[in-house]
Write a protein that binds this ligand. Sequence first.
Ligand code: PRT
Ligand code: ZN
Length: 214
Amino acid sequence: MHLIYTPERQRIAIQKSGRLQKASMDFFTSRGVTFAQNGGSKSLIYPSDNFDIDLLLLRDDDIPEYVRRGVADFGIVGENVLAEKGFDLSVISKLHFGRCKLLVAVPRSSRMRTPEDLEGKRIATSYPKLLTDFLKERGVEASIVPISGSTEITPELDLADAICDIVQTGATLQAHDLVPIFDIMESQAVLVESPVGKQAKQRFLSELRIEKNV
Ligand code: PRT
Ligand code: ZN
């Protein structure tokens, strides 16, 4: 352990800033991995000084692409983002943080309650693929309003009749007088593996005592 082997350093993509950032860093530091420039530099690459690991700090939405192409050997990302991208990446472990739900919510005063009630309605979402797949499966035709964040405000501005978004505590829904009507998926952060280059990966997993749990 703690040896720096070269040239086979493993690159792991994690979120640069946001809800998964701290827990993703903790995943490594709790396993004894240290980073010389931790927080002290503007660089988006954090080399470890005691393991053969370089962290790449990225937007969470970009992590699946880096991993798919083998630019990163592993990545930590929400299942929601992975599913929306639709890439078939191998999940090594569920990490038990970043838990949330993707669900459909409507204004409290609305009578919509079921997927079928969404027929002909406008639904604002940052998850157009997952919502489209879900509606198709149910045979429901609706108009998807693609929004990159803060969908909760769209019903009161009459941009949408319903929203499909991530919820954790429900406080944001409540603040906008929205109520959840049904779930589309549950999500948590997962460790995903690139399909490219196997051998050094095995060493990374065993050195960090990461067990496959999926
Ligand atoms: O900058 P970057 O693109 O990397 O970050 P981001 O802004 O796209 O993502 P970020 O940091 O908000 O979330 C990263 C990941 O955390 C998500 O992809 C989920 O896997 C997970 N996660 C867990 C959440 C939430 N909980 C969450 N509550 N992602 C977003 N939210 C948002 C949600 O969109 C809504 O606006 O929080 C609001 C609702 O929260 P509650 O607690 O009021 O219900
Ligand atoms: Zn994002």
